[in-house]
Design a protein around this ligand. Structure first.
Ligand SMILES: Cc1cc2nc3c(=O)[nH]c(=O)nc-3n(C[C@H](O)[C@H](O)[C@H](O)COP(=O)(O)O)c2cc1C
Ligand code: SF4
Length: 707
């Protein structure tokens, strides 16, 4: 296939100071938790984006000095020659694919925990972090400011020697000290670095100038800059634009983002429930008249027509992408090759950010290979032919795990793959979850796989077919994969009391499960509804929102210390709280339900069980826990003889029918099994490279795990 000429514009080169981007795609800085201690994972992960066509690929935020250490959160570091060595692999690999390597210099000040280095954090003014607990800094004096700027310069020089082409003097999100000098919310100084806008701008401006002097002939010097702090009384959008004018002569490219409230960085990485593609456009439009330099803008871009329109109308010059590049590192290449229906579009769930927020390794709902490029040797677009491809495979259950497994098995050339589901269509729970308020884009999980499965001649969907164990045994497939999913408990079984709830019985008209509401259309009686959420993610809040929008008076009760605690990780919590409060939903954190009766629910505060409470409620929605639908698998396990007699050589289970987890985990599980279907024991995952220090080990010994 060839590129649609309408998209040619996206493949024009862009001059960025002394460097040239081969096209207009820029993978913006984003955390992965690979940092410098997992150099192979870091390099192979970023290099996949370079191979997929991103002309410039950046590290995550990169600490310039031990007094800015984010441990246990993991960023990159350029503290010394060992970091240079580890990051140089990433630079080399990006260069092999013709991409520029970018690094984002960061000094966190009040937001630097320094749990590893144990050094005091140097800051603008002595005000505690608004992001972390028990965390403050000391106000840098003039000598310390000079020294700090010297650390920036030293880190920039190290970046150059590692092979970086683009040095980004990070100033966005409220996270680095550069931003904190600029914003009066942080900057309370009375010297020449505080007070007036010009004074507040001085530190960042001087620092950019010093970095430019040091490496500007060899590297492009760019700045990540906020378009607006979005904070009442904080840095205004006008001041942000004024800074662009002040620094424009020093900057080779502006890398723009939205928001300066670090605790609400979900305004930049906006979840799809709150906004769609190009949500930053209104702010980006205002930036253009204030610079003569190229602008990178972000906004979960996945549609090439939107991208072209943004460039053609002059709003931006370069398409920035963090989440779209995680979900599909080959996005530019697919546009270039005119394979638009192969694009694996980001769904805006922010599970990627969620893992970083939990101090853990990057994962992606849509892209099971993200982060697995090195340690498992997975390529998102390439699949090796299976050694046992002569087998037929029956996948029972066409939810996310089953679909992904069938897709990868199909790509690996299995003779015939039948994807059978009792439902009339594929998707499993992901057929109805996108119908919850705001989650429409989650439907991309099914859409992408539907299109891909449709292209595989060896994969057939068999809908509307409920198989018994005997049917499975006699189906004629050598390999059976059970992916029958999970359902919400109908009796209040939950992880708090580890028990059911007396009176909670969804066969009663006034007790409902999520499926009964969303799939069966069971009526929700009464004006007052109590949603009991022991799950802590999207289901409880989603149903509360839906019912409130339908005119119910909703009380959301949760045993956790805040509603939907997982949404803090996915950056949705601040807006979710505002949304639900705005809809009049009563939010009761740290409360438990102990009994359900018709018209009333009994409960208590989690720390005051001796003081019972009662809530009036016409109906109760149980979002307590999911239970694996594993009866078919268990019956098959007990039918060893029948399986053997009918030539079934492998029986496996994947996804929620093993353990109900995130959709990302279900997809990963299906993907993993299909990648390893020809191993000696596919049920047991193959070992993967662990990048930890092994005394006297060589690089070859690390890599040997993959061979
Ligand atoms: C997991 C994750 C980590 C991020 N880490 C950084 C970071 O270290 N530095 C930064 O400037 N922006 C960071 N961002 C913000 C992105 O660069 C980007 O501005 C934002 O996600 C909006 O772009 P998108 O819609 O293309 O994702 C991060 C985003 C995500 C999703
Ligand atoms: S985890 Fe979700 S938001 Fe993040 S890149 Fe993947 S699909 Fe997009």
């Amino acid at each position: 296939m060839t590129r649609d000429p309408r998209h040619d514009l996206l493949f024009e080169p862009v001059q960025v100071g002394p460097k040239t981007m081969r096209n207009r795609f820029y993978k913006t800085a984003h955390c992965s938790s690979f940092g410098v201690d997992w150099p192979g994972t870091q390099a192979h992960f970023r290099a996949m984006a370079a191979e997929g066509g991103w002309a410039c690929v950046s590290t995550e935020y990169c600490s310039i000095h031990p007094s800015s250490d984010s441990h246990p959160s993991v960023g990159a570091r350029l503290w010394d020659a060992t970091d240079v060595r580890n990051l140089s692999l990433m630079c080399d690999m990006l260069h092999e694919h013709g991409s520029l390597a970018g690094v984002q210099l960061w000094y966190g000040a009040a937001h630097a925990r320094n749990y590893e280095s144990r050094l005091p954090a140097r800051g603008v003014s002595q005000i505690p972090s608004d992001y972390l607990f028990v965390q403050s800094c000391y106000e840098a004096d003039r000598r310390e400011i000079r020294e700090l700027q010297g650390w920036y310069v030293a880190a920039a020089r190290r970046a150059r020697s590692a092979g970086f082409d683009v040095v980004n003097v990070y100033g966005g999100h409220g996270y680095p000290i550069t931003y904190q000098f600029l914003d009066p919310y942080y900057n309370k100084r009375t010297d020449e670095y505080g007070g007036s806008f010009e004074n507040r701008a001085r530190f960042w401006l001087e620092t950019i100038e010093l970095v430019k002097e040091a490496v500007g002939d060899d590297c492009a010097v760019i700045a990540r800059h906020a378009l607006d702090s979005l904070r009442e009384g904080g840095l205004t959008a006008e001041e942000c634009l004024s800074f662009m004018e002040l620094a424009d002569h020093l900057i080779d490219l502006w890398d723009l983002q939205l928001g300066g409230v670090i605790g609400e960085w979900g305004e930049d990485s906006l979840a799809s429930r709150f906004g769609g593609e190009n949500f930053q456009r209104p702010w980006l439009e205002r930036a253009r008249p204030h610079t003569a330099k190229p602008i990178v803008g972000v906004g979960r871009f996945t549609n090439p027509d939107t991208m072209v329109e943004m460039v053609r109308s002059g709003v931006i010059d370069v398409i920035g992408g963090a989440r779209p590049s995680i979900a599909d590192p080959f996005l530019p290449r697919k546009i270039e090759e005119g394979r638009l229906d192969d694009i694996r579009e980001c769904i805006g769930c922010n599970v990627c950010a969620g893992r970083y927020m939990q101090r853990s390794l990057l994962i992606c709902t849509q892209n099971a290979t993200a982060g697995e490029e090195y340690r498992r040797g997975w390529h998102p677009e390439r699949f090796s032919p299976a050694r046992n491809a002569g087998n037929d495979v029956l996948v029972v259950g066409a939810g996310p795990a089953g679909m992904e497994c069938a897709r990868v098995l199909g790509e690996r050339g299995m003779r015939r793959v039948h994807l059978v589901d009792a439902d009339g269509d594929m998707g499993g729970a992901m057929r109805w979850i996108p119908k919850l308020p705001g989650l429409g884009e989650w439907g991309r999980v099914v859409n992408y796989r539907r299109v891909q499965l449709g292209k595989l001649r060896n994969v057939e969907l068999v809908p509307g077919t409920k198989l018994t164990a005997q049917d499975v045994i006699e189906y004629g497939a050598e390999i059976v994969v059970v992916a029958t999913g999970a359902r919400w408990a109908a009796d209040g079984l939950n992880g708090v009391s580890h028990d059911t709830i007396p009176g909670a019985d969804a066969s009663k008209p006034w007790v409902l499960t999520p499926e009964q509401i969303m799939v069966d259309g069971k009526p929700v009686p009464g004006e007052r509804v109590l949603v009991y959420d022991c799950d802590g993610y999207f289901m409880g809040v989603g149903l509360a929102e839906k019912l409130a929008r339908e005119g119910k008076k909703v009380t959301l009760v949760t045993p956790f210390s805040q509603i939907s605690p997982y949404s803090t990780f996915t950056l949705e919590a601040p807006r979710l709280n505002r949304l639900l409060r705005g809809l009049g939903v009563e939010l009761l954190a740290e409360h438990m339900v102990t009994r359900v009766d018709e018209g009333a629910v009994a409960g208590c505060h989690v720390y005051a069980a001796d003081r019972p409470l009662e809530w009036e409620a016409g109906s109760v929605v149980l979002v307590t826990q999911r239970v694996s639908e594993d009866a078919l698998y268990r019956e098959l396990v007990g039918s060893e003889e029948g399986l053997r007699a009918n030539g079934v050589t492998g029986l496996y289970r994947i996804g929620d029918c093993v353990v109900p987890r995130l959709v990302a985990d279900a997809i990963f599980d299906g993907h993993r099994l299909a990648r390893e279907i020809d191993s000696d024991d596919p049920a047991t995952p193959l070992p993967f490279i662990r990048e930890h220090r092994v005394l006297r080990a060589t690089d070859e010994e690390f890599d040997a795990v993959l061979r």
